[in-house]
Design a binder for this molecule. Sequence first.
Ligand code: NAD
Length: 257
Amino acid sequence: MLLSADALGALLAEGGVVAFTGAGISTESGIPDFRSAGGVWTRHDPKLFTFSRYVRSPEVRVRAWAMRREFWSVQPRPNAGHLALARLEATGLVDGVVTQNIDGLHQAAGSRRVVELHGTSRDVLCVGTAPRAGTPDGCGFRAPTSWAFDRVDAGEADPACPGCGGILKAATVSFGQNLFPGVLEEATARLAAARTVRAVGSTLKVQPAAGLPAAAARRGARLGIVNNEATPLDPLATLVVRGTAGSILSAAAAAAV
Ligand code: NAD
């Protein structure tokens, strides 16, 4: 069922909403998503950046640091979509956000109850020297990413952990890397408590993340989907609004508040 931002606003006004967001909510902030035309995976091969290759290959790490440096050289800012969700949280209509994004823009917009399923690019951490089975195994060192970028800029193409000499990596979840402990449980609990799950800007294909809104819909929560293309969960949704996340969410928030 394709509906308008007004219908979405009416649903939001009932409260008990948890937002489930993906890369599509941040494209209007200038951050490319992965799978759209022009997205990151149309320009870089995702197989190069698995956790195990990162850990095994200094060349892959050098390339990853250079890519990160380039990617974050422009400070992205929250857009109308992030701001609308933060406003809805402040008014009590949205209980929080479960995001697949690593960009920190929900927090920058003012959202307080944010679960980052795939970690954050704002920090780096030590993953040890030979972590097994996709699980970081470092000494516990963690620092803001700007600290690592300063070292890259100073000429260290692959900066090492200052605590133990281990491998440093963005505090994100790469392909082949397990989710950080407790995060999936927290996200599951948030969605289990939701009367409505609002999925925004996601292909709803990346597992296990996409299983969360699907499970919520199957247990009877209302699922609303805002995306500019069809998703595999559209048949489970109470409401599908097709279009640009920023304008739809700001119109819906204006109708709800
Ligand atoms: P995805 O790239 O697979 O899909 C994004 C979806 O959003 C697509 O269906 C696209 O058509 C849609 N979309 C793009 N711009 C939109 C807009 N303005 N309005 C409405 N829809 C829009 O993203 P995903 O499903 O979130 O899964 C991907 C993985 O990508 C996650 O693991 C995430 O960690 C990672 N990722 C994150 C960022 C970020 O943090 N900003 C950026 C790229 C990728």
